[in-house]
Design a protein around this ligand. Structure first.
Ligand SMILES: C[S@@+](CC[C@H](N)C(=O)[O-])C[C@H]1O[C@@H](n2cnc3c(N)ncnc32)[C@H](O)[C@@H]1O
Length: 211
């Protein structure tokens, strides 16, 4: 996703309480941000926010955090959160590589990873958000028996991810190579999913559950 830098975006974002720029300050006390003790679900690479806002509308008693690197896409997510008056969503502009620095043990009860970069070259595999290195980091802040819901249109990434999950103490409790033809009823279509489905691509999906 190549986007031209928009210089007005960051100041506009920083004015909003939905955007958390000092995320490290909340390590161990994210519930204070929401003012309740509800479970917190995390979306990595939330993009323009269709998925996180749909989830937040459907599950008002769950808090949602979305992380994305690009202000130019997060601004769209922010507009959706504000327009829909969602008090159970916060957005964090940051690199997911540092996600282990902002959460403490047992702070997150589910992670969603939707259409992350497949990093197909072997020397780049470690950058995949489902790689063992990342799964080890997620385990430092996931509650026991938490789930990671993972969707992609990239076959190689999907196949390798099955191994990453199994090697890192996750059971695969659901798996399909064609989500839209499967019996899975709780799917929310993301921006990328809509685009690639229109191009005839299949969405692959799995749930990895921490043992
Ligand atoms: C292919 S898009 C998918 C967006 C959305 N999840 C969807 O399914 O429509 C990947 C998103 O992840 C974000 N992203 C990629 N690498 C990231 C990183 N290291 N840290 C934070 N965000 C990242 C990108 O900015 C982009 O918005």
């Amino acid at each position: 996703m190549r986007l031209r830098k928009k210089w007005w975006v960051r100041p506009a974002m920083e004015k909003s309480p939905v955007i958390i720029t000092n995320s490290k300050d909340y390590k161990g006390c994210w519930n204070k941000v929401f003012g309740n003790e509800h479970d917190i679900n995390l979306e990595l690479g939330c993009g323009r926010g269709d998925f996180i806002t749909s989830k937040a509308n459907e599950y008002k008693n769950i808090n949602f955090l979305g992380i994305d690197l690009k202000d130019e896409v997060l601004i769209y997510a922010l507009k959706k959160v504000e327009q829909q008056e969602l008090s159970n969503v916060r957005l964090i502009p940051m690199n997911i590589s540092w996600v282990g620095d902002i959460f403490d043990n047992n702070e997150i009860s589910r992670i969603f990873i939707n259409f992350c970069n497949p990093w197909p070259k072997l020397r780049h595999n470690k950058r995949r958000l489902t790689h063992g290195g990342f799964l080890s980091i997620y385990k430092t802040f996931l509650k026991p028996q938490s789930e990671i819901w993972f969707k992609t249109d990239d076959f190689g990434l999907f196949q390798d991810s099955i191994d990453y999950f199994k090697e890192n103490n996750f059971d695969i409790t659901y798996l399909t190579y064609d989500l839209h033809s499967s019996d899975f009823e709780k799917n929310i279509i993301t921006e990328y999913e809509a685009k690639f489905t229109d191009l005839g691509m299949k969405t692959m999906f799995l749930i990895g559950k921490l043992k």
